[in-house]
Write a protein that binds this ligand. Structure first.
Ligand SMILES: Cc1cc2nc3c(=O)[nH]c(=O)nc-3n(C[C@H](O)[C@H](O)[C@H](O)COP(=O)(O)O)c2cc1C
Length: 219
């Protein structure tokens, strides 16, 4: 699959099988991910890969539970709904949407790490660059994965409720920030296009491109 196809056909995948990913395929994906541009050449990043069954299960449970809390938080509620009811609905929805996360063969975490390879005077102020760079690396990963028939989904919200527990599961020191994660696995099927609800609000590329000065969009 060429890069244009991979871009067009990449979708957020939330339906996985337990089919294993060959180690050489995974290694290739990781290597290509880290050939992304990196601000100031700093390489203030790392990818952490989880394949151990017990650790995968702990990650999946944390992400699914966080998904439930996120769903409960994002849904507009009437005033008379109790917090317990909201959370119960969130948990049920997360199980419906995300249960197959329990069988993915691998998880990859995009980490921002301190700029140790620079003199101390140059280590400040690069955080946004470093987060952007991790984002580029992850997008490389998503596209190479798609070209291999492997699904992924950028995930930053579901894990935010339990970052300390996540750090413990991954053995992360405080200075390393797990800014993004993705499950990796062969999907039951790749979604065709975006969900109907999202299509209603999704803006066209022409409405988002301004020529020369702000406001002069192509639409
Ligand atoms: C920065 C970022 C954070 C995201 N966080 C989550 C997340 O926490 N959970 C999730 O299921 N999807 C997450 N997504 C996936 C988006 O919901 C998805 O990309 C979007 O709905 C568009 O669908 P598509 O990726 O199929 O084009 C995230 C995407 C981005 C770019």
């Amino acid at each position: 699959m060429d890069v244009v196809d991979a871009i067009r056909k990449r979708r957020a995948v939330r339906n996985y099988t337990d089919r294993p990913i060959p180690q050489e395929t995974l290694d290739r994906m990781l290597r290509l991910a880290l050939s992304a541009p990196t601000g100031s050449g700093a390489q203030a990043w790392s990818l952490l890969v989880v394949q151990d069954a017990d650790r995968r299960a702990r990650v999946a449970d944390l992400v699914i539970a966080g998904g439930g809390r996120y769903f409960a938080e994002m849904r507009p509620w009437k005033d008379d709904v109790s917090d317990d009811e909201k959370q119960a609905w969130g948990r049920e929805s997360a199980e419906k949407v995300l249960a197959s996360y329990r069988q993915v063969p691998a998880w990859v975490f995009g980490l921002v790490v301190p700029r140790d390879n620079y003199p101390a005077s140059m280590r400040e102020g690069g955080h946004i660059d470093d987060v952007i760079s991790v984002g580029f690396a992850m997008e490389n990963l998503f596209l190479v994965a798609r070209s291999e028939g492997i699904g992924s989904v950028p995930t930053t919200a579901f894990q935010r409720f339990e970052k300390d527990r996540l750090r413990e599961i991954l053995g992360l020191p405080p200075e390393v920030d797990p800014v993004i994660l993705t499950p990796l696995g062969y999907p039951q099927e790749f979604p065709e296009g975006r969900p109907v609800a999202m299509k209603k609000t999704f803006r066209s590329w022409k409405s988002l491109v301004h020529d020369e000065t702000w406001g002069n969009t192509r639409e």
